[in-house]
Design a protein around this ligand. Sequence first.
Ligand SMILES: [Zn+2]
Ligand SMILES: [Zn+2]
Length: 303
Amino acid sequence: MIDPWRAEQEWLRCAFHAHTTNSDGELTPRALVKHYERAGYDVLAVTDHWFRSDPPSTERLLVVPSAELNCVLPGDRDGHVLAFGIDDALASLEGERLDLADTGAWITDNGGVAYLAHPYWTGVTPGSLELPDTVSGIEVYNASCELEIGRGVSTVHWDELLEAGHRCFALATDDSHHPGFDSDLAWTWVRAERTIEGVLEALQTGCFYGSTGPRITSVAAGVGSVVVECDPCRSVTVMFGVSSGAAVHAGRLGYRHGGEILETTPDGSITAARLDLPRTTPYARVQVTDERGGRAWTNPVGP
Ligand SMILES: [Zn+2]
Ligand SMILES: [Zn+2]
C-alpha cells in the first residue's frame, strides 16, 4: 500500500457512496453534486443501483462516474459491490448473477475499481467471506446501514480478511438516499491528485483513511511501535491479529495496554500516542475514537 501520510498530493474529502433519482435516492444527480459541494467535499462518486450516473463535475467538486451492482456472496447472500470509475453503461451485465470475483473482474475489465459495500448488513459471515484479487477492499463503515439497522460497522469482516492474508483496504461512506438526513455522516480522506485517475489509483493502492469525525494527522510505523497524531480523541487503538493489539484511553480511568500517551489537550484528550507493535505481524491497523464517538480507521500500516 501507499502511505497517505508520506504522499505529497493534497488531501481530498470524498463521498464514495450516494444515490440519486437514477435509482432510489431523493435528489437528482445535479442536486446531489450541489449538496456535497456545499458540504465541503472535494470528490463524489454517484453510486446508483445498476446505473452509471455521471453528472458533470463543478469547479470545486470532482465527480467519479460509478454504480452499485449486486453479486452472490457465500451463503447465497445478496452482496452489493461499488464500481468506481467504470466506463461501461452496464447493459452487458444486466440480469447476470455473478459471484464477487466475477463482478470484480467485470468492473476492472471496464476501467473501474471494485469495493464490497456494507458486508455486515448483507449477512455474509466473516469466516466465509473471501476477497478476490479483483476487489480492492470493503466498506468498514456505512452510515445508512448504521442509521437504519445498526449494522454499519464491518470491522470483524475486515480483520478476518486481513488475518487471512488478504490485501484489503476499507472506506467509510454515507450511502445517502435522503441527503440532509443521511449525508455528511461518514467520508474518506484520500491523498491524491484531484483527477478521476488520481482518485482511482488511491483507491487501488490504499492511499486514504475513513472517518466519521476525527482527522488523523500523522501515522509513523517503525519496528516495534507506531506513533499516531490525531484530533483530540478519547482512545487510540492498533489491531494486529487474532486477540492482539494495543490501546491507550483518555480520562480519569484511562487504561493503557501496550502504549503511552505522548500529548494531550488541557482537558485530557489524546492528540498523540505511541503504541507497541510486535516485530512481525500479519498486519497492523489503527483506529481512533473522539469524545463524541466519531471514529477514524487507517488502512494497514507498515514499518
Ligand atoms: Zn448497498
Ligand atoms: Zn447504496
